[in-house]
Design a protein around this ligand. Structure first.
Ligand SMILES: Cc1cc2nc3c(=O)[nH]c(=O)nc-3n(C[C@H](O)[C@H](O)[C@H](O)COP(=O)(O)O)c2cc1C
Length: 335
């Protein structure tokens, strides 16, 4: 991992009543930001984490499904529970469930670019239907007293430079009492391609100078996080793909902000985290499902290894055809 020093003085990140000394959060990451990974990240300096996005209708369906989708425990705070849906009523009900389950903040996802979600009027669809977005956020804000945040994209269509829907939704959100917005500075159409528009983040921060703005997009390293803070003036950064397989990014980011050299994880540190994470997966999902899940994470963790391709392939083999096993991979590549 890179090793640069940057003496910086950033103020703590405030998300409603929550104050974070290091202005970084773990993004919602479908398939990854589950309780096990959140606990791993928290142990490595992530002060605030977001659940994987859940459908409001699934949350509302049954207590059993809810407990499966939003697993949390006393070590898992402060926590933002993230939902997406197509209607105010179901979103309000889901929000109540999330707060009852212990989420400290409720985060409305108006950003998800998955086609199925868009077809059903959820997630990123809100960026092309600001009227619905505003109705949903107002209903949720009026119904619950837990801090509310939003995840937004800069627009729906890439060529929409005015970003009118964004400004309308963001304005309405803060008027309704939202405590922060997280802005992924790509259009919904772009999904994860192309370069995120950090210039837009500067504009957002200038416009909402007194509100908490968290920036997202192209934060693949801790250095990029510091650069985004500097360049755009946002209050905090949201690590997503950069945190996938590299939970050390939070510690590195804190080191850089303190003017220290950001150090990468040694093989021994990687091994210790892989073993701890496997244990958490087994505790939560049982031996068979837990280890299977761990292979998915292992594929991601391989990026920090000096021979990433070899280790990645070993985890893929273990996941797909069981030609290698967790203990063997650890013994072979992490000694
Ligand atoms: C595998 C994956 C899953 C994601 N799941 C979610 C999610 O559940 N909720 C959410 O708000 N964003 C989700 N995102 C978007 C990220 O939070 C983030 O906004 C986006 O990746 C841009 O940041 P980056 O370019 O630094 O990765 C996901 C992204 C990826 C790559």
């Amino acid at each position: 991992m890179a090793a640069t020093t940057t003496q910086s003085h950033f103020i703590p990140l405030r998300i409603g009543p929550i104050e974070l000394p290091t202005p970084a959060v773990l993004a919602g990451l479908a398939g990854y930001s589950d309780l096990t990974y959140r606990l791993i990240c928290r142990g490595l300096s992530a002060g605030y984490c977001t659940t994987e996005v859940a459908l409001d209708t699934s949350i509302n369906l049954s207590a059993k499904l809810r407990r499966k989708l939003i697993q949390t425990d006393p070590r898992d705070h402060p926590l933002a529970g993230q939902i997406m849906g197509a209607g105010a009523e179901t979103m309000v009900t889901a929000t109540r469930h999330l707060t009852a389950m212990g989420c400290d903040v409720v985060d409305l996802n108006f950003a998800c670019p998955v086609r199925k979600a868009l077809r059903r009027g959820r997630g990123g669809h809100m960026m092309r239907d600001p009227h619905l977005a505003i109705a949903v956020l107002r209903a949720v804000a009026a119904a619950v007293d837990v801090p509310l945040t939003l995840k937004l994209r800069r627009s729906f269509i890439h060529t929409d430079t005015a970003c009118d829907a964004f400004w309308r939704i963001a304005e309405a959100a803060f008027d309704a009492g939202a405590v922060a917005i997280c802005v992924h500075s790509r259009s919904v159409e772009e999904r994860y391609c192309g370069q995120a528009d950090w210039g837009f983040l500067s504009e957002v921060k200038r416009h909402f100078a007194d509100n908490t703005i968290i920036g997202s997009g192209d934060l693949l390293t801790a250095e990029a996080g510091v650069q985004m803070l500097r360049q755009t003036g946002v209050d905090g950064v949201c690590f997503a793909r950069g945190a996938l397989g590299n939970p050390w990014i939070f510690g590195q980011f804190a080191q850089l902000l303190a003017g220290e050299i950001a150090t990468g994880p040694t093989l021994a540190q990687q091994r210790a985290i892989l073993e701890e994470h496997r244990q958490l997966c087994i505790e939560l999902f049982g031996e068979i499902c837990g280890v299977k899940k761990m292979y998915r994470f292992g594929i991601r963790y391989s990026k920090c290894h000096p021979s990433p391709k070899l280790v990645r392939q070993a985890f893929i083999n273990a996941k797909c055809d069981e030609t290698s096993h967790f203990d063997e991979i650890i013994a072979t590549y992490y000694k």
